[in-house]
Ligand binder design. Structure first.
Ligand code: UDP
Ligand code: MG
Length: 341
């Protein structure tokens, strides 16, 4: 399995130097956003506990209850009172996974943090390999979904289109098919926490902060229990958030598009004017008038709409509202782990 790791092009010297300063027994924080996951939370903890027991590291779970309306919080609270080394951050309502992750990162104490979904689509069995990657000097070890056959063809192809578009337009490189499932070093967590934006498109932010990264390929299984919370409308908006957050190309493109169209329009106007001198006024022109009118009003609405996308995001950022609101923090006897080193 270790042989299948693909590595980025970091200099060996740099990695060795990083590897040398890694502490032998880091504290590991597992950040888990949960939203109405009562069906799967028990299995998740069971499976993850098995993996962590073999790892022999001090660890803590940071569960973020993203406004669940079912018994998710009750189940977690009971486990925490029974001694699970975990804290439960209760958000005041559903703020979305990106906001929940920000809350989790802000409250994680770990030297290393693993971000993982609760539905076991991100296999906890990979955590030891992620820690190995960190020990080898990488600051980010991200899961790369090599087999997305558990997703529909439609989702896979639209996701592929999104990654291509994003990487072409934005100045940062976002590895296609990398999810949020990853291990990040404390230095990366701190870098992420310094980013002030309210629109927290995590995959983009991960790419933006950089740091030596290693890909860990895995086959993404289907959700173990419960239901996914995505639909195409949400995914579409998520994609627009990602693009507008990391590139201004959709705004600037109209400068060039406008220049080309205006140039063509000017040439055509010149041609029409000259033609009048030679062949006289020709009244029939309904088709060309309509075509020009519809075409240009369409282009104008489209470009105003694009400006609108950015203005609405400027508006949201300018309000400076917090990314999430914490309602309560539930702790138990083992919530704050003793560091093993
Ligand atoms: N999630 C969340 N808030 C939301 C939606 C989802 O915290 O508003 C959590 C969810 O509980 C799970 C993870 O985010 O741990 C991924 O959710 P899901 O499985 O629905 O997404 P997918 O696997 O389809 O990307
Ligand atoms: Mg899922």
């Amino acid at each position: 399995r270790h042989k299948s790791m693909s590595t980025s092009t970091q200099s060996k010297v740099y990695l060795t130097r990083r590897a040398e300063i890694r502490c032998a027994k880091p504290l590991l924080s597992i950040v888990v956003p949960v939203f109405n996951e009562a069906d799967v939370i028990g299995i998740f903890i069971e499976e993850t506990q098995k993996v962590l027991a073999d790892l022999e590291l001090a660890y803590e779970y940071v569960f973020v209850d993203d406004g669940s309306l079912d018994t998710t919080a009750d189940i977690l609270e009971e486990k925490i009172r029974d001694g699970l080394p975990a804290r439960l951050l209760g958000l005041s309502r559903n703020f979305g996974k990106e906001a929940a992750l920000s809350a989790g990162l802000e409250h994680a104490h770990g030297d290393i943090v693993v971000i993982i979904d609760v539905d076991l689509q991100d296999p906890p069995e990979l955590i030891p390999q992620m820690v190995d990657g960190w020990r080898a000097g990488y600051d980010v070890v991200y899961g790369l979904r090599v087999d997305r056959s558990s997703d529909t063809l439609m989702k896979r192809s639209t996701a592929g289109m999104f990654y291509r578009l994003f990487n072409q337009l934005a100045n940062i490189e976002m590895p296609p098919n990398a999810g949020d499932f990853r291990l990040i070093d404390r230095s990366v967590v701190n870098a992420l926490l310094k980013l002030p934006e309210r629109n927290r498109f995590m995959k983009g932010l991960f790419a933006w902060v950089g740091f030596p990264s290693m890909a860990l390929p895995y086959e993404r299984p289907a959700r173990r229990a419960g239901e996914g919370k995505w639909n195409y409308w949400k995914l579409w908006n998520f994609a627009i958030d990602g693009l507008t957050g990391f590139t201004t190309m959709p705004l600037r493109i109209w400068f060039y598009g406008g220049a080309i169209i205006a140039g063509a329009a000017f040439a055509y106007a010149l041609y029409l004017t000259i033609r009048v001198f030679f062949t006289g006024v020709d009244v029939p022109g309904y088709t060309s008038l309509m075509v020009a009118l519809l075409f240009f009003s369409g282009i104008q609405l489209l470009s105003i709409g694009m400006i609108g996308e950015y203005v609405s995001r400027l508006f949201n950022e300018s309000k400076q509202r917090p990314v999430y609101l914490l309602q309560d923090v539930i702790e138990g006897p083992n919530s704050l782990p003793n560091r093993a080193n």
